[in-house]
Design a protein around this ligand. Structure first.
Ligand code: ZN
Length: 304
């Protein structure tokens, strides 16, 4: 793997001068020869929009390649009624699992009738969670938009409670508000805070509520010192690996489009930050996913 992206990343990071409290970010990638991502370990991409048009041209080839890199399964979030209706068919026959939800990004598309549809869709035993749903301060340019986000969020949390399903949360700039609200409601089904990049304190609040944190490409940004410190201290049982493909591309990947093959590379960074073996991160992150999403049946077995 001499020309693998992680080696390029190691080179990139070694130019960084700033210390991040971990002996400098370069330390994280100091011995890339020690990591051999993907060849003895299995990976589950716990948040991947593999159904997006960005993959239409080469999805099958990419999936073959991801499997070669050790990827044994994907969790594809629902974002709207229209997209969600295609998910069961899309995932059939593959180790691809799906959730159903109405994403705050597509606020103008959601209709009240979509909640009735979602209520029905969640009875499908193939659905592992409600999501992705949430609150996004950056998208909420007015109070009215924020109130609309809350409207759909509240309704979908009620559905998660009614169906006893975990949540897949999309939260930007609203961690404290969302976590406090769910705590006051005594939400007990847990879930995943996808693409987590908050503080250690915010992480602790989510963990207390029974949520795991989705760790992905944000970890690779040269300036993400705080996030790397947070991840270094996270309990093993609270980490899910994700790509958010085709978005959140790790800085070292060299292509604009992200894909599930970057999971083992993110895992290598997590392993290094936490001083753990890559194999431990593999096993633990898969067991976190199957515990959290109890309807998930991941068949990720170690290859000989
Ligand atoms: Zn997403």
């Amino acid at each position: 793997m001499t020309n693998s992206p992680i080696h390029e990343f190691a080179g990139h990071k070694s130019e960084e001068k700033r210390s991040d409290g971990l002996g400098g970010a370069a330390t994280v990638f100091a011995a890339p020869g020690e990591v051999d991502p993907g060849f003895e370990t299995q990976w589950f991409d716990s948040h991947c929009h593999f159904d997006f048009a960005a993959f239409d041209a080469d999805r099958e080839a990419l999936w073959q390649s991801a499997q070669q890199a050790g990827c044994c399964g994907l969790l594809i979030p629902g974002i709207s009624r229209q997209q969600g209706q295609a998910l069961a068919g899309f995932c059939a026959g593959k180790p691809w699992f799906y959730a159903q939800g109405l994403h705050p990004y597509f606020l103008t598309q959601h209709r009240q009738a979509d909640i009735d549809w979602l209520d029905q869709a969640l009875t499908d035993p193939g659905v592992v969670a409600v999501g992705e749903v949430g609150l996004d301060r950056i998208l909420a340019t007015t109070d009215e938009i924020l109130e609309q986000q809350w409207h759909w969020f509240r309704l979908q949390v009620e559905l998660a409670e009614a169906h006893r399903l975990p949540l897949i949360l999309h939260i930007r700039g609203m961690h404290d508000e969302a976590a406090s609200w769910l705590r006051r409601r005594r939400f007990t089904h847990g879930g995943m805070v996808h693409a987590f990049s908050g503080s250690g304190q915010q992480a602790a609040k989510w963990i207390e509520l029974g949520f795991a944190l989705g760790i992905g490409g944000a970890l690779t940004h040269p300036r993400a010192h705080k996030l790397r410190r947070t991840v270094a201290a996270l309990p093993h049982s609270s980490i899910l690996l994700e790509t958010d493909s085709p978005d959140m591309t790790p800085v070292f990947w060299g292509a604009e489009r992200n894909d599930p093959r970057t999971v083992p590379l993110i895992a290598a960074i997590v392993a290094r930050l936490q001083g753990r073996l890559l194999a431990e991160v593999s096993t633990e992150s898969i067991s976190v996913a199957s515990l959290l999403f109890s309807r998930l049946s991941i068949n990720c077995v170690k290859r000989p």
